[in-house]
Every structure is written in C-alpha cells, then in structure tokens.
Design a protein around this ligand. Structure first.
Ligand code: UDP
Length: 425
C-alpha cells in the first residue's frame, strides 16, 4: 500500500532528507512535546493555506505537538470584505468604508466569543481572522502568519490592519521582502509541500491515464496546464493568450484546472468569465480532485503558473516536485523557487510565456533537464520537514513572558535567508 499523509511520520522522510535531519527535528520536537498549538484560518479547502495546514498539523501531531486547526465562520458579505482586503494587501484599490470595517470586526468579535482558545501558542493565518486578537484575554503568545505578498500593500488598508498586527507577539511572512515596519518581530518561513499527500505522491501511468480519461481530457496533443484557484492574480487570461500565441508555432492543448475557495467570492465570476473560451483545445475544469491535480502536473508537457502576484505559489512547488518544466510569473515566491532558465522559466508577459512554451514543447531534453533540477530544488528546500523545523525553532524561541528570544530569532532568520537564496544558480 502506498504511503499517504495520514499514516506518515517523520521517519518516512529519511530517504528524502537524510537520517541526520530527521533526528535533529525529532530532538527539537522532543523538547516541545505536548505543546498545544492552535491554528486558525478561514477555509478547510481551496488554496495553499488549507493545503499546508492539513498536512502540517498531522506531521506535528506525529512529533508529539498537540496541533489543532480551527476555522472562523463568516457570512458571504464577510468573505466579500476579506477578499477585498486580501486584494488591497496585494496592492489593489479598496473603498474601505465604515460598513466594511464593521462587518469585518463584528464577525471576528462573534467568532472570538464562540471560540475557546486554550493553547500554548495560537497561530492566526491571513487577514480574515486577524482581529480576533483584540477580543482575547491572552494567556499565551499569538503569532500572525500572513501568506500574502506584502511587498506593496495599499496604504489605506495597511494602516488600518496594522493596529491589529501590532498586538501580536510575532509575525511570520513567506519572504524577507514582505517585511514591514511593525512592533512584533518578523520571521520568514517559506511554504512547503507534503510529498506523501494524494496530490503529490507517486502515481502510475495507468492511474494518470485513468484520471484524465475520467474527466474527458484527450491525450492526442501535448498538454500545457495551469492548476490554480480562479483568481485574477493568477492571470488566467494571460495563460489563454500565451497558449494561443504558442499554438501558432507548436500544437498543444490548454488545460485550466481551478477551484473556488469557500472564502473567495470572486472565484465564480472569474471562472464564468473564462467559459467563453472553452473548446476542444482549451479545457476548463473546476472539480475538487487531488488525484487529478497530481495527474495533470505529472502528465502535462509544460506547467504554467503565470501569476501577477503570488505570496508563494505552492502549485509551482507541487509541479516541480513531479519533475515538470514550469513557466511562472516573475513575482513573489515564484522568484524564490525558480531560477530563470535553470530549473524553469520566469516570465513577465504572455508573449514571453508563449516563447518559453514553444521552446519547451520543441525540446524534450530541455524539459527533462529543467524538470530534474526543479525536483532537486524542492527536495532540498521545499518539503514540509524544513517548514516544521522552522516552526519548532520559532516556538522554542518564546520565553515565558511571550517575548521572543532575540538570539534564537536571529538564528531562525539566518535559516530562512539561506533557504531563500538556495535556488540553484
Ligand atoms: N488546488 C487544487 N485544485 C485546483 C486548484 C488548486 O487542489 O483546482 C490547490 C493546489 O494544488 C495548491 C493550492 O490549491 O495546493 C493553491 O496554493 P497556491 O499557494 O498555489 O495558491 P493560493 O490558492 O493559496 O493563492
């Protein structure tokens, strides 16, 4: 039977990261055994945060950390406001009215009243539950983990959110370039994937063919695919334009597989706006099937992640892990995973993307070489164990009065930096 994440423990990672790393992580976890950590986010599925929490909390449990994961509940108008906040954090305009603030804060107050947050450490993910902190009588450190690209936030939204952020004991961001002027110390931990999940585990050729056939995806042409939430920041229009241009030189079929997160009310509209392009050569699917994601990332000749903004971009990591040749937007976390022309390509326009698609479709050797390097990059830097270890370091850096031990924090910062600089040159 294949190893899947619900049965996985840290020792299963030994063939991937080495015995020494496994033992080091176990030693660090041993010192924190029994620690109660509660993660709070806003959706159980759809998007990278849910994907990671699902695996990370289980691996943490297997290490003796009592990791728990709760959701905040919100009405559609709450999620409409929080999506606008998310967009504004990535630089979009927002009309931040008193009504929007009231919806945002009231729903958080209601959630705070309902939640019983007895824990040794609370980790709040992204802006949706951010204000919870003002309603809690705190008995333990609170960490805000922001997954969004914070390099150029809309000033109006940032000034508003900052009052909440400043009340936390530490802030975790994906990249050093997202650091802001803040009271709490900031640390940088890049996301990572679970190599044993259904989405990432090995698949046989027959299993891949079965998934593609099940969804009626023909295999008579090479596939260029983007697997992503239906979100404008992921530039699905740019993907359609790029593949249209590429097809003038190399025949291929585009597969756009996307989902709509429960906390993203704009997804449906983006999905519907794309349907007019649907045809034999442009397959647009929205199904929740991790094995299909896996099959497409393994089967496609080229994987695109043509984002305009991308906090990190787990879809690229997932595809790279499978040895895919990935073409990604030159932005955010994608730049930290891909070294242009080495383990993938980084592009800034549909024309550039089209050019790289054609190059890859016409050159099997280049595709294989880039894919092999991409896989090595992920094995060395973007597996869940690296992320868990950084969190263990952060948790052990807290002292009894909730302050972070600066010396330990500096060590953590150094780890994060060397990781982010680790893409092969
Ligand atoms: N995903 C999925 N099905 C889809 C589209 C996306 O399961 O149809 C998953 C994808 O495999 C990845 C996550 O959603 O695990 C997206 O994470 P990413 O960091 O790329 O982007 P986010 O959605 O968090 O902005």
């Amino acid at each position: 039977m294949k190893k899947h994440s619900w049965l996985v423990n840290i020792e299963d990672y030994a063939p991937l990261i080495g015995e020494e790393a496994v033992e080091r992580i176990m030693r660090k976890a041993q010192r924190l055994r029994g620690l109660r950590v509660v993660h709070i986010s806003s959706t159980f599925y759809g998007g990278g945060v849910a994907e990671m929490l699902s695996s990370a909390t289980l691996l943490a449990r297997s290490l003796g950390i009592r990791a728990d994961w709760r959701l905040i509940q919100g009405s559609p108008d709450f999620f409409s406001v929080t999506k606008k906040i998310h967009n504004a954090l990535q630089g979009a305009k927002i009309n931040l009215t008193d009504l929007k603030k009231e919806i945002y804060e009231t729903i958080n107050l209601q959630n705070a009243m309902r939640m019983d947050l007895e824990a040794d450490i609370v980790v709040v993910h992204d802006p949706q539950p951010l204000p919870l902190i003002i309603h809690e009588r705190r008995t333990s450190p609170w960490v805000w983990r922001c997954h969004v690209d914070l390099s150029d936030p809309n000033p109006q939204i940032w000034n508003y959110l900052r009052e909440f952020v400043d009340q936390y004991d530490a802030v975790v961001l994906s990249l050093p370039e997202y650091a802001r002027e803040l009271k709490p110390p900031q640390v940088f931990i890049m996301p990572a994937i679970d190599p044993f999940s259904i989405k990432n585990a090995e698949m046989s050729k027959a299993e891949i063919a079965d998934r593609l056939e099940h969804y009626g995806i023909p295999n008579n042409l090479p596939i260029v695919a983007q697997v992503s939430r239906f979100d404008r920041w992921k530039d699905p229009q740019g993907v359609i334009d790029a593949v249209g241009l590429a097809r003038e030189h190399a025949d291929c079929r585009l597969v756009l597989l996307g989902n709509i997160a429960t906390d993203d009310p704009e997804g449906q509209e983006v999905f519907e706006s794309l349907l007019r392009y649907k045809c034999e050569q442009i397959q647009i699917l929205t199904v929740e099937d991790s094995a299909l994601v896996n099959a497409i990332q393994r089967h496609a000749a080229v994987i695109l992640q043509k984002s305009i903004r991308e906090g990190f971009g787990l879809t690229a990591t997932e595809a790279m892990w499978k040895g895919a040749a990935v073409i990604a937007g030159h932005c955010g976390g994608l730049k930290h995973q891909i070294k242009d022309g080495v383990n993938g390509f980084l592009v800034s326009s549909p024309e550039e993307a089209a050019d790289r698609i054609v190059r890859l479709l016409q050159d099997d050797k280049l595709r294989k070489e880039m894919g092999a390097k991409a896989q090595t990059t992920v094995r060395q830097h973007f597996l869940l164990t690296r992320k868990i270890e950084q969190y263990l370091d952060l948790f052990s850096a807290f002292e009894s009065n909730f302050t972070v031990n600066q010396q330990r924090l500096t060590a953590l910062r150094v780890t994060a930096r060397s990781d982010s600089a680790a893409v092969p040159r």
